[in-house]
Design a protein around this ligand. Structure first.
Ligand SMILES: Cc1cc2nc3c(=O)[nH]c(=O)nc-3n(C[C@H](O)[C@H](O)[C@H](O)COP(=O)(O)OP(=O)(O)OC[C@H]3O[C@@H](n4cnc5c(N)ncnc54)[C@H](O)[C@@H]3O)c2cc1C
Ligand code: FES
Length: 274
């Protein structure tokens, strides 16, 4: 669905990372974890293309001033990397945005009771919060959050409040273990004899490492890809990623916006661009 959304808040939660709460139609609160929105960041011609963002959270906003009606909302967690995201970060409460969504295929929540291992790198944590919120209803959930520095490990307190057990790792050692988050994930899998189902979102290199760990240990793993997108609805084929059987002779592509952005890790070909 396409709708005009009003910004309820837009706050910098860590240097360069922002969390925006926006009004949404009631049906939007049924968005599935892993789905995304395409946002027109400005009413002007530039930037022309909408920008894709994961749905961080959905809920009902209770206004602080009495008399105003409760309002369905969704949230995005975004990193300022270029023109569009810089424009978003300059917006304020009551500004309006044109939104398309929720789009794409979300995560399959798996078997109730089974341990769920969520792996997020940097702003890749964005679509994993709503996932954790759903999974904790009937499974133990562990989060493995990684980043270059402590500033890149976002919203851990919110995950902890859900009852998620959180582990973190940073490349400079400023928070949690020093090194890649996949090291901490492997330690946990060693302790539990490879129990659990994995869900991941983050930089391509991290997803590739997580997919390799899952394949080597025979664990199910879903990954959410965050490549480039132009239309977000399967029309331009600008977002394709190579599928498992892809080769120059037998092309096999997955359309990330229409068939994903969430895929079983084994469905994709790793080692190439995605
Ligand atoms: C399904 C999906 C969900 C996403 N969810 C989120 C989210 O929840 N939070 C978030 O912060 N970002 C998310 N992204 C990435 C986000 O869409 C881009 O960061 C954003 O479009 C950049 O817009 P810009 O105009 O600021 O940058 P541009 O001016 O377009 O680009 C600035 C720089 O960033 C690089 N860049 C742009 N887009 C990407 C990308 N997708 N991957 C890697 N590098 C890129 C460009 O190469 C360039 O170097 C998601 C992407 C997809 C496809
Ligand atoms: S972004 Fe156009 S087909 Fe996916």
């Amino acid at each position: 669905m396409q709708f005009t959304s009003m910004i309820l808040s837009n706050v910098e939660v860590s240097p360069g990372y922002w969390r925006m709460r926006m009004t949404a139609p009631q049906e939007f609160t049924e968005a599935r974890p892993g789905q995304f929105v395409m946002v027109r960041v400005s009413g002007a011609i530039d930037p022309l293309l909408r920008r894709p963002f994961g749905v961080f959270d959905v809920g009902i906003h209770i206004p602080s001033h009495s008399g105003a009606a409760p309002q369905p909302y969704f949230e995005m967690l975004y990193r300022v990397v270029g023109k569009g995201t810089a424009m978003l970060s300059a917006l304020h409460e009551t500004d309006l945005l044109d939104v398309l969504g929720p789009l794409g295929k979300g995560f399959d929540l798996g078997e109730p009771g089974e341990e769920k291992l969520i792996v997020g790198g940097g702003v890749g944590l964005a679509p994993l919060y709503l996932l954790a919120k759903e999974l904790v209803k009937n499974s133990p959930v562990r989060l493995f959050a990684g980043g270059r520095t402590r500033d890149d490990v976002l919203c851990i307190t919110e995950f902890e409040r859900l009852g998620v057990e959180c582990y973190s790792a940073t490349e400079d050692g400023s928070l949690g273990e020093r090194g890649f988050v996949t090291k901490v994930l492997e330690q946990r899998l060693d302790q539990t004899a490879n129990r659990g189902a994995m869900f991941a979102c983050g930089p391509h290199g991290m997803l590739e490492a997580v997919a390799a760990i899952a394949a080597a240990r025979g664990i199910s793993c879903q990954v959410s890809l965050e490549g480039y997108m132009a239309c977000g609805v399967g029309a331009c084929l600008g977002c394709v990623a190579p599928g498992r059987n892809h080769s120059p002779e037998t092309p096999d592509f997955r359309c990330v916006c229409a068939e994903g952005p969430v895929f079983e890790a084994g469905e994709l070909k790793w080692g190439g661009a995605a």
